[in-house]
Design a protein around this ligand. Sequence first.
Ligand code: 3PG
Length: 307
Amino acid sequence: MKKVVIATEKPFAAVAVDGIKNILAKAGYETVLLEKYASADEFYQAVADADALIVRSDKLTKEAVNAAPNLKIVVRAGAGYDNLDLAACSAKGIVAMNTPGQNSNAVAELALGMMIYMARNCWEPGTGAELKGKKLGIHAYGNVGKLVAALGKGFGMDVSAFDPFIAPEVMKKDGVTPVTDMTDLYANCQYVSLHIPATDQTKRSIGYDLISLMPKNGTLVNTARKEVIDEDGLLQAMTERNDLKYATDVAPDTLAKIRDCVGARIFATSKKMGAETAEANINAGLAAAQQIVDFFEKGDKKFQVNK
Ligand code: 3PG
């Protein structure tokens, strides 16, 4: 009997776990659940005889891969797979997948929520501002960026996007203005919403040069990855300009230092919560389970991210 381990330090909603178990049981697989684990050792023990693994942001390091000699497939139930050591997986012939698009709506809604929160003085008394009529720049027009654009348009925002990997026609069809120079996006948009993945190319790529370009009352919203921000550059820009704001899911490494200097102009969630909805958990979790079954039963590798 194949053994599938769900290892989630940040658990799925119970209804999603039930759905995953159901799909795997129908295929005749055993499910083992490891939630809220406190150490890498617990993770290693749980995967010791796993044939398949479902994770969220849980780190699948080279050590973890070596601790799972039977592992044939790992599915990151979500979009970003910067938590998986893909080289280590490939070296052991393990197929790594994500579940693109499945939790995007939850993240997109959080991005708009953060814009309103910052525009309304973090719910503190005082005159705020409306999103309507403001320029919204989407940095990377993937599954989440596309949804943020649509929601922004719903709020009456003037939406443009920068993404060198997406044809301008795709954006135009959505009523979004394509921007070919990234600096123009930052220079022209009061709100910029980040949706780039964390890669060697993008880590610390958003810093002083871009953030200081933002127009008056510029608000940067990051529901992507904290690692894409150059925190020193962010602090420098926000110190020089007392109108700039930053909302992020999740907290930067230097939150205390930044907060000391900029106060409530920075908001950070304490635990990444973009995909923390029952709907997103169900969509991503069930997709992960189905992808595992399709892989074992039909050899389907459609969502493989390592080659
Ligand atoms: C993703 O990449 O899918 C999101 O960042 C969600 O991550 P999570 O599953 O850890 O909440």
